[in-house]
Design a protein around this ligand. Structure first.
Ligand code: FAD
Length: 462
């Protein structure tokens, strides 16, 4: 008999699971209460990366004379920036919607909650309430911005990332609270657009998941790019003054304050499951999100799965999609061969940062003996030709020369990390990479060089 799968949430976790389920012969219903594409396509990955392109162009313009080109005047058209962003999002969202439908997936525009483990109540967009049932249910309801528990978070001008994406004018003074990936991406974009940007964080560390040599070098570059990083600020509050907003707090030296016309709250994301009535299905949650098995993404209830941000394992779109495929394959009785350990993490800042696998700090903490090698983009022909020689690729291996981690800061790091991910996911050896011919002149040659360095044989490194 044909399996009936119901997916709640149409983000990169849910819509990919729905398509994969249909490919495997299930009858799939996808319930989405806002827009197909979820956070990623509508309010996350895609709109931020269109704005990143604007910022990248402005960086190029700043240095355009280095290329022998003179630009006497340019100006910023915020309406055009916004309409381009919206057009990219619209193209992608409508394309995905078509692909989902073309695979025979039924889409219901509504909000779902559990009646029991196999039945959902769905309040449709037109107000009608229906029941939808499935043999298996996949929860893919994602996450939302966390709002920190301090004074002033509801003041006008205090926004989340979703709201800031809709900016109508460029903030003169933008204060960003939080030092994670989203914070640093917005800092880079708005600094390039001309805002004075202050990032204020409680901890003395930012971009915690990143190799600490990279954060040190990147941190040292921030000021030159118009970003002020303020660490160890406690007791934060946001105050409305006559001249605008002010974030106040205390650092190790005493009271500090950061004037702003816009304050971005970027202190993390929380899973969305509270309105799902999980108790009716008996699904358990932990502090991080819905509790699941890390290979099938099955919850404690046999026919209920939870994928993507809602399980809190790792809040990235590609992780959500791969978890969706794993869940569906488990439902359809297929052995899932995906690797959910080697998840690349890309940060679209200037220069880009990307990493996969173990960092030096993690290896030290876990007592794993490693070898490491670094190749500087300053010695790479392509990086010099395109005028982006800042940064390096670091490759980490174990003592048997198996590649355990790759960490990059530099041009197109987000694309280059694909080779590192392939290596880490497949436990490739230093020899396998070093013996593979890399085209010239490309940035990818730096990866081969860093790997050759582990054998003490790098060609373009003294
Ligand atoms: P979501 O994309 O959040 O989708 C969940 C969907 O479920 C939503 O559409 C929601 O409307 C729907 N839903 C919720 N409850 C119900 C219900 N009861 N009934 C029906 N529908 C429901 N990740 C990257 O990998 N790369 C990036 O560059 C990147 N940039 C980001 C930038 C920003 C500003 C933000 C906020 C996030 C970014 N992310 C990025 C993270 C990425 O967006 C998420 O990891 C990803 O969207 C998670 O996918 P998901 O399918 O789990 O959930």
């Amino acid at each position: 008999m044909q399996k009936r799968i119901v997916v709640i949430g149409g983000g990169p976790g849910g819509y990919v699971a729905a398509i994969r389920g249909a490919q495997l012969g299930a009858k799939v219903t996808l319930i989405e209460r806002h827009k197909i594409g979820g956070t990623c396509l509508n309010y996350g990955c895609i709109p931020t990366k269109t704005l990143y392109k604007n910022a990248e162009l402005l960086h190029t313009l700043k240095h355009i004379e280095d290329f022998g080109i003179k630009v006497d005047h340019y100006s910023i058209d915020v309406d055009k920036i916004q309409s381009r962003k919206d057009e990219v999002v619209h193209t992608l969202v409508s394309g995905i919607e078509q692909v989902v439908k073309a695979n025979g997936v039924e889409i219901i525009d509504g909000s779902a909650s559990f009646i029991d483990a196999k039945t959902l109540k769905v309040v449709k967009a037109d107000g009608e309430t229906i029941e939808v049932s499935g043999d298996d249910i996949i929860i893919a309801t994602g996450s939302t911005s966390a709002v920190p528990p301090f004074e002033g978070v509801n003041l006008p001008g205090v926004v989340t990332s979703k709201e800031l994406l809709e900016f109508k004018s460029i903030p003169e003074k933008l204060v960003i609270i939080g030092g994670g990936v989203i914070s640093m991406e917005f800092a880079g974009i708005f600094a390039a657009l001309g805002s004075e940007v202050s990032v204020v964080i409680r901890s003395d560390k930012f971009l915690r998941e990143v190799d600490s040599e990279i954060t040190k070098r990147f941190g040292a570059m921030l000021k030159k790019k118009g970003i002020e990083l303020n660490k160890s600020v406690e007791n934060m509050k946001i105050i409305q003054t006559e001249s605008g907003l002010k974030v106040t707090g205390d650092n190790k030296k005493g009271p500090v304050e950061f004037p702003a016309d816009t304050v971005l709250l970027s202190t993390g994301r929380v899973p969305v499951y509270k309105d799902l009535n999980l108790d009716a299905a008996g699904v358990e949650v932990t502090k991080k999100g819905i509790a699941v098995d890390h290979h099938t993404f099955k919850t404690n209830v046999d026919n209920v799965y939870a994928i993507g941000d809602v399980n809190g394992i790792i809040m990235l779109a590609h992780a959500a999609s791969h978890q969706g495929i794993a869940a569906v394959e488990s439902i359809m009785g297929i052995e899932h061969k995906g690797n959910h350990d080697a998840i690349p993490n890309c940060i679209f800042v200037f220069p880009e940062i990307a990493g996969v696998g173990i960092t030096e700090d993690e290896a030290n903490e876990k007592g794993i003996e490693i070898k490491k090698s670094k190749f500087m983009f300053g010695a790479n022909g392509k990086a010099l030709s395109i005028g982006e020689p800042d940064g390096f690729i670091k490759v980490i291996s174990d003592m048997n020369d198996v590649v355990l981690g790759v960490h990059i800061m530099g041009p197109h790091a987000s694309d280059l990390i694909a080779e590192g991910t392939l290596a880490v996911a497949n436990r490739m050896t230093v020899d396998q990479i070093a013996n593979t011919v890399h085209a010239h002149p490309t940035l990818a040659e730096s990866f081969a060089e860093a790997t050759l360095g582990l054998r003490g044989e790098a060609i373009h490194m003294a």
